[in-house]
Design a protein around this ligand. Structure first.
Ligand SMILES: [Zn+2]
Length: 218
């Protein structure tokens, strides 16, 4: 506790700093932070008064609440949110590669829709898919963050035919997912590969190999 002594004293607490004074210390900290916030809220209130908003807030608290409190309901990710924010880097229109890429995106859309409709039974939600792709499970709260929230979708066409499978790779920090088109020619392939990739992450390939080996040996 002694490592927090400076912080505790700077909150205006003057008693003994020890565990048995916990409730007194907490009271001092809460008071200190409330006192700091009150002038800010006062300023905010003055600003809102310019637009007569406090009156509107009194009359319609429910309508105004989401303006100030990030809602539980709204930050849940659904299939539509992921798709809206996906920006595929397509090859030239009309090329063979382009056709494959459009197919993959269609399968991905179907996959997300299925996850949304009946994924909970398999512990799969759109939020989990997004977390796997981007590292975050919820929609960004601030409108400015929402505007910048892009998921780049790339396609890898360079698989050779000497191996059984590749998994989509994700880079959460740049919010990029790369689909290996050679292994995603049907919806079932995509569902299977996404399931394994999300469950086992970097170990997906090893897991897949041991699973297929098991089947061969039977
Ligand atoms: Zn491959």
């Amino acid at each position: 506790m002694s490592e927090f002594t400076d912080e505790i004293l700077s909150c205006g607490y003057t008693g003994k700093v020890s565990a048995d004074m916990k409730s007194n210390i907490i009271r001092a900290i809460v008071l200190h932070s409330t006192m700091r916030v009150v002038p800010m809220l006062d300023q905010l209130r003055k600003g809102l008064q310019l637009f007569d908003l406090p009156k509107v807030m009194e009359m319609h608290p429910d309508l105004c609440l989401p303006l100030f409190v990030p809602g539980e309901k709204d930050d849940r990710v659904d299939a539509a949110f992921i798709l809206e924010n996906c920006h595929p880097v397509f090859s030239d229109k009309g090329s063979v590669k382009y056709t494959k890429e459009v197919n993959v995106m269609n399968f991905f859309q179907d996959f997300l829709q299925e996850v949304e409709d009946c994924g909970e039974a398999e512990q799969m939600t759109a939020g989990k898919v997004m977390q796997w792709m981007t590292g975050q499970r919820h929609k960004p709260i601030l409108p400015s963050d929402q505007k910048d929230f892009n998921i780049t979708v790339k396609f890898n066409h360079d698989c050779d035919t000497n191996h059984t499978v590749c998994f989509p790779t994700v880079s959460a920090c740049t919010r990029t997912i790369t689909f290996p088109t050679a292994h995603l020619k049907t919806l079932n392939e995509l569902k299977n590969i996404m399931g394994i990739a999300m469950k086992y992450g970097h170990h997906a390939k090893a897991q897949f190999d041991s699973m297929t080996k098991g089947i061969e040996n039977q």
